[in-house]
Write a protein that binds this ligand. Structure first.
Ligand code: MRU
Length: 322
């Protein structure tokens, strides 16, 4: 399984080749590959890899379980693993690989469609605040929140993007800025803590973010720092929009309260680029995600249209159609 090594960006565009499931699990936990839909595809290809490299059926099942557990919050990972595992159970290794290819190509298609729906929510010349990276890198291609921005750009709407740097792993400053710059879409990086000031001065027209898991009631788990943006957006009357394919919807989670929130090593917080910034011996808390309650979400853009509150029935219908 060959992946862009997102840890090296924007400095270097390099690839990681995973020849075993353990190598792929390491690529997932260390965030060489990251972003919910990209994890879904990685999980599916991981099962295909397991089916090719592990001789006994129990070993393949165990490898699938290890992959699905490598990162707990993005539901796409377990979803992608399950799709390929089901195909393997029915038709063996070639079938698992064919299913992984379908997971990948379906994702690009879904993003293009949802991008078109979401572009309607971006005003002409709109100033769009986004968080983390929900672009090509985080998906298989095109992107979700960035897919919406891309579609608006392609439609001639001339969006300008505020990219929150996204402490501590800096997906916004490193990855979103890299992608948008390559696409020729104007982007300005901000410290996460500047978002409130920008909204207060009327410089944000819409907040557009991705999701790692959407509960059945519309609560949204996404990168840590998303929830405060939603609170600020409500205070300043700015629409707060979530863009995600239906593979991110988890009808098995009734509310966001049951979504597992990954805790990551504290050195991501106390160090920057390997350089320690906090005194030795001081620990850090590092929740990687937060949950935004559905009441703060203006709309959820999926490949089956723009969903509006109340979300229960709309989310269920979108999943059924998918
Ligand atoms: O920890 P990460 O970088 O995997 O978190 C990614 C996000 O929070 C994204 O916003 C989300 O996965 C949507 S990607 C289209």
């Amino acid at each position: 399984v060959r992946l862009i090594d997102q840890r090296a960006l924007p400095g270097e565009l390099r690839f990681v080749e995973c020849r075993t499931v353990d190598e792929l699990c390491e690529a997932i936990t260390s965030m060489a590959v990251r972003g919910a839909p990209a994890l879904g595809a990685a999980g599916a290809f991981g099962v295909a890899l397991a089916a090719r490299t592990i001789a006994d059926d129990d070993g393949v099942q165990a490898a699938a379980r290890r992959l699905a557990a490598a990162r707990p919050t993005a539901v796409n990972l377990a979803w992608g693993v399950d799709r390929a595992l089901g195909a393997w159970e029915q038709g063996g290794p070639d079938n698992a690989l064919a299913e992984a290819e379908r997971v990948a190509s379906d994702d690009v298609a879904a993003n293009r469609v949802l991008g078109g729906f979401g572009a309607e929510l971006v005003p002409d010349g709109g100033r769009v605040l986004t968080h983390c990276n929900a672009g090509s890198l985080a998906t298989v291609g095109y992107g979700t929140a960035l897919g919406v921005i891309r579609a608006a750009h392609e439609a001639g709407k001339r969006p300008h993007v505020w990219a929150g740097e996204t402490r501590p792993v800096l997906q916004g400053a490193r990855l979103t800025a890299w992608e948008l710059e390559r696409l020729g879409i104007p982007v300005t990086v901000i410290a996460d803590v500047m978002a409130g000031s920008l909204m207060a001065t009327g410089d944000v027209d819409v907040v557009m973010v991705g999701a790692d898991r959407i509960a059945a009631n519309g609560d949204v788990a996404n990168k840590i720092g998303t929830y405060p943006l939603a609170v600020l957006a409500r205070e300043h009357d700015v629409p707060f929009v979530v863009a995600a394919p239906t593979s991110t919807i988890d009808l098995g989670a009734p509310t966001g309260a049951v979504i597992p929130v990954e805790e990551r090593p504290d050195d991501e917080v106390v160090s920057i680029a390997g350089e320690r910034i906090a005194p030795e011996g001081v620990g850090a808390a590092n929740r990687a995600f937060d949950v935004t309650p559905a009441r703060l979400v203006t709309a959820i853009v999926t490949e089956h249209g723009v969903l509006r509150p109340p979300y229960e029935d709309a989310l269920r219908a979108a999943v059924m159609r998918a």
